[in-house]
Design a protein around this ligand. Structure first.
Ligand SMILES: Cc1ncc(COP(=O)(O)O)c(C=O)c1O
Length: 447
C-alpha cells in the first residue's frame, strides 16, 4: 500500500531522469551477455518448460531486465539478431563503399532502384501471397497513401471507413474525398466492441452500390479490436459497387496475428512491421492483389514506375533508401519464423487474456477493448475510473518502470503484451492498478 501523499506524488507529471538514460551505448551492445531477469515472481501460470522457454526468449532483447515494455503497438523492440543485421550492414557499407563498382554482379547498397527478391519471398510466405504482389514501403502510412492516392475515383463514389481510424489509415482517403468530391462515410463501432455480428450489421447498413472503397483496419489502433474483416470484405463484394476495392490497414497485425491474403480476400493490405514483427523503424509492407494492381497509379514515381510486368515492385521506386533497414527487416522475419508465428500469436494472446482477466477482477476499472475471443489479442486499453491515462502512465513508470501508453484523459492506457513480456511483469503492474483503484475509491467516497 502507498500513502495518499505518495500516490499524489506518483501521478504528478514531473519529469524523471532515469538511470537508463545515462547508460552508455556500449552497455547495449548486442554481443553483451543477457542480463538476468529481475522480476520478483517466476510465472506460476506456465509449465516449467514454457516458463524457461519464454525466459530465454526475453534474453534476446535489449530492454533492461528491470524495465517492462508494454507499448509495442507504437514501436516494437528489435531482438539482438535484428539489431545485429541492421548495424552490421551499416558498418559494412560505411567501410567498403569504395568497393562498389556498379557491375551487375555486385549487390546494390541502397534501396529504391532494385528489387530485393529474397525479402519479397519471405514476406510473401509470411502473409500468403505471391512475391510479385508485395513490396516494402516505409510504414503503413505510405501503404495507405499509395492506395488512396493511386486509385481512380469519381465524384459521388463512396469511401467507407470506421470511426476509429488512425490518421495513417485514413487521411489519404479524407484528402481524396475533399479533392475529388468522393463521399466519405464513417461506420461507428459499437462500445463495448464485443459483438462481431453487430459490427457486420452496422457496415451492412452503410455499404451500397455506390461504395467504391472499403478501407478499414484489420486491428484498430486505439483499442486493438480485431475486426471481422473477412466478413466485411465479402459484404462489400456482395453489396458494394461492381469494382469495389477493399484495402485493409494491418499496421497492428503483422507479427501479431496470422495473416493470409488469399483467405482474407482483400485487394490491398498495408502494415508496419516495426511494431509487432519487431523490425527496425521504417519497415513497411504493401500487398496488392495481382489482378487489381493495374487499377492503382504509382504515387512515388521513378525509374520503373510504369513497369507493370514486375508487379508490386513499381511501388518501391522511392529513390535512395536504407539497405540496412531492409537487412534488419529480413532478420526480423527470420526471428519470427524461427519462433513460429502460431506460437508467437498464442503467447501474445495468452498474456493479453491474462491481463484482461485480472483487470476485470479489479473493482473501479473498465476495459475499453474487446474481450470477445475473436476480437482481442495483444492490445488491451483500459482505465482506472477517475484516473487519467497520463496519471496511470506516470504511476506505472515512476514506481516500477512499467511502460504503457496513455490514450489521453478518460481513455486510459493501451497496454500491449508481446513475447518479451511475462506474467510477473503484469502481476507487478496489477499491484499498482489495485492501489490506484482503491485510492480512487477512497477519494470518491470522501467527495
Ligand atoms: C491502425 C493503424 N494504422 C496506421 C498506423 C500508422 O502507422 P505508421 O506510423 O507506422 O505508418 C498506426 C500506428 O499506430 C495504426 O495503429
Amino acid at each position: 500500500m502507498f500513502s495518499r501523499r505518495r500516490f499524489l506524488r506518483s501521478v504528478a507529471t514531473v519529469p524523471v531522469f532515469l538511470p537508463a538514460a545515462k547508460r552508455t551505448l556500449q552497455q547495449f551492445h548486442f554481443l553483451e551477455s543477457p542480463q538476468s531477469i529481475s522480476w520478483a515472481a517466476e510465472p506460476d501460470k506456465l509449465t516449467p518448460g514454457e516458463a524457461a522457454y519464454w525466459k530465454k526468449v526475453r534474453s534476446d532483447f535489449l530492454i533492461p531486465s528491470d524495465e517492462a515494455f508494454f507499448n509495442t503497438a507504437t514501436l516494437g523492440s528489435m531482438p539482438r539478431s535484428v539489431v545485429e543485421a541492421f548495424t552490421t550492414s551499416a558498418t559494412e557499407l560505411a567501410a567498403t563503399v569504395a568497393h562498389w563498382d556498379y557491375k551487375p554482379e555486385h549487390p546494390d547498397w541502397f534501396t529504391g532502384y532494385r528489387n530485393y527478391p529474397v525479402l519479397m519471398g519471405k514476406l510473401a510466405k509470411l502473409i500468403h501471397c505471391d512475391p510479385d504482389e508485395v513490396c516494402t514501403t516505409q510504414n503503413a502510412t505510405f501503404g495507405m497513401n499509395f492506395i488512396a492516392q493511386g486509385i481512380d475515383l469519381q465524384a459521388g463514389d463512396e469511401i467507407v471507413q470506421t470511426d476509429q481510424e488512425h490518421p495513417g489509415g485514413s487521411c489519404g482517403w479524407l484528402e481524396r474525398a475533399k479533392r475529388h468530391g468522393a463521399v466519405y462515410r464513417k461506420v461507428e463501432l459499437p462500445s463495448p466492441p464485443n459483438d462481431p455480428d453487430e459490427i457486420v450489421r452496422r457496415f451492412a447498413a452503410v455499404i451500397n452500390s455506390k461504395t467504391r472503397v472499403l478501407a478499414v483496419p484489420h486491428m484498430t489502433s486505439m483499442l486493438g479490436i480485431v475486426l471481422p474483416v473477412k466478413r466485411l470484405t465479402a459484404l462489400a463484394r456482395e453489396k458494394g459497387a461492381r469494382h469495389v476495392f477493399v484495402a485493409l490497414d494491418g499496421a497492428q497485425a503483422i507479427g501479431h496475428i496470422p495473416l493470409d491474403m488469399r483467405d482474407l480476400g482483400c485487394d490491398a493490405y498495408f502494415s508496419s512491421p516495426h511494431k509487432w514483427l519487431l523490425a527496425p523503424a521504417g519497415s513497411g509492407l504493401l500487398y496488392i492483389k495481382r489482378d487489381r494492381q493495374k487499377e492503382i497509379w504509382t504515387t512515388l514515381a521513378s525509374a520503373a514506375w510504369a513497369d507493370m510486368d514486375k508487379g508490386a515492385y513499381r511501388f518501391m521506386q522511392y529513390g535512395t533508401g536504407n539497405l540496412s533497414v531492409l537487412k534488419g527487416y529480413e532478420a526480423a522475419i527470420d526471428y519470427h519464423e524461427n519462433l513460429g508465428p502460431d506460437r508467437v500469436t498464442r503467447r501474445i494472446k495468452q498474456l493479453g487474456d491474462y491481463l484482461r482477466g485480472e483487470i476485470q477482477n479489479i473493482k473501479g476499472t473498465t476495459i475499453l477493448s474487446s474481450v470477445h475471443p475473436e476480437m482481442c489479442a495483444g492490445i488491451t486499453t483500459w482505465r482506472v475510473e477517475g484516473v487519467s491515462g497520463e496519471a496511470m502512465v506516470d504511476t506505472f513508470w515512476n514506481n516500477r518502470k512499467i511502460r504503457v501508453r496513455s490514450m489521453g484523459g478518460k481513455n486510459g492506457v493501451r497496454q500491449s503484451t508481446h513475447i518479451y513480456n511475462n506474467e510477473a511483469e503484469i502481476d507487478s503492474m496489477l499491484v499498482l492498478a489495485r492501489e490506484l483503484a482503491a485510492q480512487q475509491g477512497e477519494v470518491s467516497k470522501g467527495e
